[in-house]
Write a protein that binds this ligand. Sequence first.
Ligand code: GLN
Length: 197
Amino acid sequence: MSVPRLGVLALQGAAPAHMRALSSIGCPSAPVRVPDDLDGLDGLIIPGGESTTMSMLLESSGVLEPLQQAVDNGLGVFGTCAGMILASTTIEDGRDDQHALGIMDLTVQRNGYGRQRDSFEVDIDVDGHTFHAVFIRAPRIVSMGADVAVVAHYGSDPVLVREGRHLMASFHPELTGDTRIHEIFVAGLQDSRMQGG
Ligand code: GLN
């Protein structure tokens, strides 16, 4: 199976750590800053950062509409933390001018774990194995569409979810050196290409 062509949105936030994680699993990636950077990509990571700022930068860079078109044409998206907020359909406690790209049928609450738990780390179960998950002012998934599958929970909350070739995480899988969640994203892109979708 050939290596998918990957990009990491690099307008703001944690792009370099994702690029390092991808290259360590044999998948080089390119930063995406302008519309042309999306050309030919199979998958895009939208990293953590600040979703309101990223939303404004998506607009001012002109990447917003081409990104939505690319998703309609089959681009797979892995959104982490702020990236998941941007990729959702409905944002609670967001700013009125903040875009929800509607890539996955999710309602998310920004900073949904509260001020007292601004940042925390927990071990979660991913496919029967422990994954050390770092949450930083993380969004909480409040509800999701029937076609969204839960890959991992924290307590009763879904924190890693997939729908088709898209994957979303409330936490930061790029921070621990454990690349299994990046591998899950890449494998999902490869599966959907094999199915021609
Ligand atoms: N709370 C941030 C936001 O609303 C997300 C934090 C993060 O990505 N670590 O965008």
